[in-house]
Write a protein that binds this ligand. Structure first.
Ligand code: ATP
Ligand code: MG
Length: 419
């Protein structure tokens, strides 16, 4: 038997209802705040991710599914969505129509990391991005949207962690201070961090190895190195989070794994998931649009880890699986053929009617109706066909009424919609 690939998974009926609920709640919320949906491809030229995410990141170094297509062009299954949305913003000159664009999307991402609970090789994200606004108030708005979404889904064990990553003016100074510190504790760092230390020292802060985390408790804080503009920005973020009653922690260790972030950065963490505690992450990436060949427009956004969120929401409250409204128990071929036309008609009216297509006894058909959890059963045989009436039975109360065949759709609709 062929099994699915390691790190990949099926989302089965029974789970999928939770996913649908999250997606619906999110898109309704985003649309209320003026976001428009965008759909982007799952594959792009490798260069797009290599340039935007950065060569020295885990993603580009070792996690991307990259392969040559039949003509030899290097393509990559997207590890994240922001790069593609930026590409699209530039390619379709959205900025010419209006530099301010608010976009969201949902879909699968691919990263070849070690599969474990809460970590898959195909996983799903909901992204929202705002282009063309430099004000830190929109960063606050993004965090506000995330917290509102979680609260609407009943997820309360979440906290916003925020930090500033500085800007091209002040980050180099911090980088230098951090490098100095890392050199002094180099012997305590893991092999990956030894390498990161030289090439991308900020990423050492993101290491999940416990001994590295321990060694970093005394690391210098970027907050002590921010320039006046960045500091002012960060103060505004905190002030307006407070004014919107969003509780948060300033977390000097929070950095994003992706290179293009600047200033406000944030992560929503939960205690509900064990080690994989981040359910959403995001922040400002002002330099990326220009870096990818577009105009110099600021941008900010987030990605929600849908798999992790669904895990929590599904645990809180199982979303009920829909059951049929009606089962038609038809006896004999003639009745079955008629019943088939009725269930097609009922479906068009929004009533899910099921039937059995084989020649089974009334008893076994009633059993099947029970198993499916149908609220009503319509019983029809040769006699009923001749007399022009069928029996509609309420499976809970066992009440039965007789209804004329030429009025089945409207009578069933009346009964089922009320009951
Ligand atoms: P982590 O620190 O957990 O590796 P990350 O920094 O790599 O996360 P981002 O690139 O910021 O994650 O993606 C945003 C969100 O997507 C994460 O907060 C997480 O919920 C989810 N996510 C990331 N990678 C995976 C994965 N392999 N499987 C499931 N969810 C993931
Ligand atoms: Mg990661």
């Amino acid at each position: 038997m062929i099994q699915l690939i390691r790190g990949f998974k099926d989302i089965l009926p029974g789970e999928v209802e939770t996913w649908q609920k999250i997606e619906k709640t999110a898109s309704a919320l985003f649309e209320d705040f003026g976001f428009k949906e965008i759909r982007i491809p799952v594959m792009e030229r490798t260069e797009l991710f290599a340039r935007s995410i950065g060569e020295d990141t885990d993603i580009v170094e070792k996690e991307m599914y990259t392969f040559p297509d039949r003509k030899g062009d290097l393509i990559t299954l997207r590890p994240e969505a922001t790069a593609s949305i930026v590409r699209s913003y530039i390619q379709h000159k959205m900025h010419a129509a209006d530099p301010v664009q608010k976009l969201y999307t949902t879909g699968p991402m691919f990263r070849r990391e070690r599969p474990q609970k809460g970590r898959y090789r195909q996983f799903y994200q909901i992204n929202a991005e705002i282009f063309g606004v430099a004000s830190p108030l929109v960063d606050v708005q993004l965090i506000f949207l995330l917290m509102t979404l979680f609260s609407r889904l009943g997820v309360t064990d979440v906290k916003a962690h925020i930090n500033s990553l500085g800007c091209p003016a002040c980050r180099p100074g911090y980088r230098k201070a951090l490098s100095g510190f890392l050199a002094s504790i180099a012997d305590q760092l893991c092999a990956d961090c030894q390498r990161r230390r030289e090439r991308n020292p900020l990423r050492v802060l993101d290491c999940k190895v416990p001994s590295c985390r321990e060694a970093l408790t005394e690391a210098p804080s970027i907050l002590d190195h921010l320039c006046d503009d960045c500091r002012q920005d960060f103060e505004t973020v905190k002030e307006y989070l407070n004014r919107l009653n969003i509780s948060f922690v300033a977390d000097k260790r929070l950095v994003r794994g992706l290179d293009y972030y600047a200033r406000t950065t944030f992560e929503i963490q939960t205690g509900a998931l064990g080690a994989q505690s981040a359910v959403a992450g995001g922040g400002r990436y002002d330099g990326l649009v220009k870096m990818l060949g577009g105009p110099d427009q600021p941008a900010t956004g987030f990605a929600i880890g849908l798999d992790r969120l669904a895990e929590i929401v599904g645990r809180l409250q199982a979303t009920p699986v829909k059951k049929p409204d009606l089962f038609v128990a038809a006896l004999g071929e003639k009745s079955r053929n008629e019943a088939f036309l009725w269930i097609c008609d009922l479906g068009l009216e929004g009533i899910n009617a099921e039937m059995d297509f084989s020649n089974r006894s009334l008893k076994s058909q009633m059993k099947r109706a029970d198993k499916l959890g149908a609220a009503y059963v319509l019983i029809v045989g040769d006699n009923e066909l001749k007399e022009g009436t069928v029996i509609l039975r309420n499976m809970q109360t066992k009440d039965q009424v007789s209804i004329p065949i030429d009025k089945i759709t409207e009578e069933v609709k009346k009964t089922v919609m009320v009951g």
